[in-house]
Ligand binder design. Structure first.
Ligand code: HEC
Length: 101
């Protein structure tokens, strides 16, 4: 019984780590990962986000586009800063986290 549970748990962990780099899907862990995950995966996969490599200015413009053209809700200014910091740190033009490891 105990062995079965342990094996099942190990299986779950393996699956989770194969599918995701961190706690928030394909997003790397870090300050702002949680906010970004919840704000950006309501309509599409985070894979659409992590495959991009943009400057902070272009992420900023992309969020405007998401709000103006794609029906995303306005972000609270603090939250927007947090998300922009996160995206421009981990998904800038040098694309340090893509392709996925
Ligand atoms: C309200 C729904 C919604 C939310 C929330 C949303 N998006 Fe999108 N996003 C879309 C749609 C719809 C598309 C596809 C548009 C198209 O290809 O015509 C898209 C496409 C994208 C793309 C691909 C753009 C391209 O050039 O192919 C990126 C990158 C992206 N979103 C990033 C984000 C980020 C970052 C967030 C969070 C800050 C976010 N999205 C939140 C609806 C949303």
């Amino acid at each position: 019984m105990i062995r079965t549970t342990a094996a099942a748990l190990a299986g779950v962990c393996l699956l989770a780590s194969a599918a995701a780099a961190g706690e928030f899907g394909a997003f790397v862990d870090g300050e702002g990962a949680e906010e970004t995950f919840y704000a950006c995966t309501a309509c599409h996969s985070e894979l659409l986000v992590v495959q991009q490599g943009l400057t902070r200015e272009r992420w900023d413009a992309l969020i405007d586009w998401m709000i103006e053209e794609q029906g995303m809700s306005e972000l609270d200014p603090d939250e927007r800063e947090t998300i922009l910091d996160y995206l421009s740190t981990h998904y800038n033009t040098d694309r340090p986290n893509y392709p996925l490891k």
